[in-house]
Write a protein that binds this ligand. Structure first.
Ligand SMILES: NC(=O)c1ccc[n+]([C@@H]2O[C@H](COP(=O)([O-])OP(=O)(O)OC[C@H]3O[C@@H](n4cnc5c(N)ncnc54)[C@H](OP(=O)(O)O)[C@@H]3O)[C@@H](O)[C@H]2O)c1
Length: 297
């Protein structure tokens, strides 16, 4: 998040911070199915409050934490997981078939390539793993060379150094003129994604960087779609969001989706939380910061 994005989320103080949450169910709405009292769940706390002792989550976009998975890590996968799943698989995103569906079989993921610009971000790392789960033949991450090993372990088939001066030619060397799907989580050069897309077929670029990146949108043509995906719009992407939250605990349980570089702040330590926010604001380190409000003593 940059300073403008923080301002977009925080209108006035005091404010309930934190959109990711895991915790124990202490009260349920009447219409809620499943999620018995006392169960350990994770979800996106959409009205904020992930850093509070109590918060409200929407049961449609929540899941029980698998017994073999850390509840701390599960909470840390909720917002980016939801956002990136919608970016890849919803009609408002790349519109790719949901993994293992009948449409996915017909689509033939194995012969397809995807480029992920900003593969080293939290969202990029989840995109790599979801692309691997879906079965993409080539998963090309554009990210720091120093983080390449982690991205290869997550399932990237190729990592192209984001500081290289010939990114386009390296990507074309790998995938030819075949890339029709690009997910951009953070890139600073608006010309890069359009340059990587197939000249012959065009394709779709989805970015998650607010506010709507008019610089990227300018590359729309009749063959090139450019979309901004807001992960908070789960209602507008109900089908994909529901599928995602149904499959997510299985992916965690099987080890298909995970976090690697994580810094856990134990307790609401103001200095530690401030330090984490400062790191997040500068997009530095490639580390996921999670605050464990309680349960660590
Ligand atoms: N639309 C939505 O609903 C939504 C939801 C969540 C997040 N977001 C937005 O998505 C963006 C990414 O968030 P995040 O939490 O995934 O990021 P993050 O984890 O904080 O990303 C940090 C990483 O970004 C990479 N990076 C930094 N500058 C870069 C650059 N110029 N080009 C390419 N990579 C760069 C670095 O990795 P390497 O050095 O390893 O490359 C760095 O470690 C933010 O703008 C955030 O606000 C939007």
């Amino acid at each position: 998040m940059d300073e403008n994005q923080v301002k977009a989320f925080i209108k006035a103080f005091p404010t309930p911070l934190g959109f990711e949450a895991s915790g124990i169910v202490i009260k349920r709405g009447e219409a809620v199915v499943g999620f018995p009292l006392g169960s350990l769940v994770f979800s996106a706390a959409r009205s904020g409050g992930g850093l509070a002792e109590f918060t409200i989550v929407d049961s449609r976009f929540a899941a029980i934490v698998p017994a073999n998975f850390s509840p701390v890590f599960a909470g840390g996968l909720s917002v980016n997981g939801n956002t990136t799943a919608l970016a890849l698989f919803s009609a408002n995103g790349l519109g790719l078939p949901f993994p293992k569906s009948l449409e996915a079989t017909a689509f033939g993921y194995g012969s397809k390539s995807i480029a992920i610009i900003g593969g080293g971000t939290g969202n990029g790392k989840i995109a790599i793993q979801l692309a691997r789960i879906a079965g993409f033949g080539k998963i090309i991450a554009i990210a720091s060379a120093s983080g390449a090993n982690e991205l290869l372990e997550f399932g990237a088939t190729h990592v192209v150094d984001r500081n290289a001066t010939n990114i386009e030619s390296q990507v074309r060397e790998i995938a030819g003129d075949k890339i029709m799907h690009i997910y951009e989580t953070i890139g600073r050069d608006p010309k890069l994604a359009p340059a990587l897309l197939s000249n012959e077929c065009g394709g779709t670029i989805v970015h998650i960087i607010p506010p709507y990146r008019p610089d990227i949108q300018a590359f729309k043509t009749d063959k090139v779609a450019v979309k901004f995906l807001n992960g908070g719009q789960t209602e507008q992407n109900l089908e994909t969001a529901s599928l995602f939250w149904r499959e997510l605990p299985k992916w965690l349980e099987n080890g298909d989706l995970n976090l690697k570089k994580v810094h856990v702040v134990k307790g609401l330590d103001i200095d530690e939380v401030t330090m984490a926010f400062e790191k997040i604001l500068t997009f530095s380190g490639g580390v996921k910061y999670i605050v464990q409000v309680s349960g660590w003593e």
